[in-house]
Design a protein around this ligand. Structure first.
Ligand SMILES: Nc1ncnc2c1ncn2[C@@H]1O[C@H](COP(=O)(O)OP(=O)(O)OP(=O)(O)O)[C@@H](O)[C@H]1O
Length: 335
């Protein structure tokens, strides 16, 4: 039995179809990232899973329990930890009082360890907390009762890099002891660092569900090279080379054309000494192909996850995915 099962989940707010037949499962013991830009429908799915919203149609199950059946939902929630985007703690209570309240409701198996790890202040009222400290307190309340499944909304927002690193290590250790993690995010670096699989939602519809690695594999590698001598552009006419951009160092240009006065840009149309391209082929074949050229520098890196998302949200990706026309969406570090 999967930890989360969604089958044709649809939520129609009237003006907006926020979830449109969303179907996927989150397996036990995996870290699953739920991604999409603002307004894509992530929170709607999460709020439906938690029983805060009723689906217009379709079904949602948490730990095998139907979330639309009150008693089943209560049973599932005992084994669940939930960190909302903005935890609504009583502003007048201190962190310690909030932990005591949570312990009395759902139990406390490990708050001492969690406090050591995340170290939120405890003796000040929450209204004096920074955003990051609210988040740290929220992480303690989310995990203190040893949940089997945690649902986290943008978990690292407001955490400094050191704390983000600590949180990532903690989450992986939780996963390794069998805890299932479902989190929504639009921060690609976070997704790349943490997730086993991702589901991508756009305009209420699920675009893909797949392992992060396969998403990255399909997007290819970014190759950058610098050569001692000009390499004719035809040398890059091989399978898997896309988007070649290059420049020519004229001092190294020994392949000038008949017109020695041609501009640097014109020369670079024939040959390059420095270039960057996306490569989706066999790296060994590429290296073999470049063997006759003296390289000064070569790097082969994974394509940025941003490029992968552009395929799903950008104009071209829209056509390739056979999806509806995308709304204009900025895709930088945030999806
Ligand atoms: N209660 C509501 N009534 C009407 N429309 C709503 C309601 N809640 C959300 N929406 C709309 O549904 C769509 C999906 O919203 P949702 O909050 O699920 O997206 P999201 O992916 O979580 O976005 P964000 O990353 O900004 O939190 C948006 O167009 C939003 O304006």
């Amino acid at each position: 039995m999967a930890a989360i099962e969604l089958e044709g989940l649809t939520k129609d707010y009237g003006a907006v179809l926020a979830n449109d037949g969303v179907t996927f499962s989150v397996e036990r013991g995996e870290i699953f990232g739920y991604l999409g830009p603002n307004g894509a429908g992530k929170t709607t799915t999460i709020r439906t899973l938690l029983g805060f919203l009723s689906p217009t149609s379709g079904s949602a199950r948490l730990l095998g329990r139907d979330v639309t059946a009150e008693d089943e939902l209560v049973e599932a929630k005992r084994r669940l930890g939930y960190l909302p985007d903005n935890p609504a703690f009583d502003e007048h209570a201190t962190g310690r009082e909030i932990l005591e309240l949570h312990a009395s409701i759902k139990g406390d198996e490990r708050s001492d360890d969690l406090l050591e790890l995340f170290a939120p202040p405890l003796d000040r009222p929450v209204r004096d907390y920074s955003h990051g400290n609210v988040r740290k307190l929220g992480l303690v309340t989310t995990f203190m009762h040893e949940p089997e499944l945690v649902i986290l909304d943008e978990p690292t927002s407001g955490l400094d890099p050191l704390m983000q690193h600590r949180f990532a290590e903690f989450l992986r250790a939780e996963r390794d002891r069998g805890v299932t993690v479902f989190f929504s995010s639009h921060i690609l670096s976070e997704v790349r660092r943490l997730c086993d699989r991702v589901g991508i939602i756009r305009d209420g519809r699920l675009v893909t569900v797949e392992p992060v690695e396969s998403l990255l594999d399909r997007s290819g590698k970014v190759v950058r090279l610098r050569a001692a001598d000009p390499i004719p552009r035809e040398a890059f006419d091989i399978d898997g080379v896309h988007d070649l951009k290059g420049s020519l160092d004229r001092s190294a240009d020994r392949v000038r054309g008949p017109d020695d006065d041609e501009s640097a840009a014109e020369s670079a149309e024939r040959a390059v000494t420095e270039c960057t391209f996306t490569f989706t082929g066999d790296v060994n074949a590429l290296l073999e192909h470049l063997r006759d050229h003296r390289l000064l520098d070569l790097s082969i890196d994974e394509a940025p996850l941003e490029d992968v998302f552009m395929r799903f949200y950008g104009e071209d990706g829209d056509a390739a995915a056979g999806e509806r026309r995308a709304r204009p969406t900025e895709v930088a570090d945030d999806v």
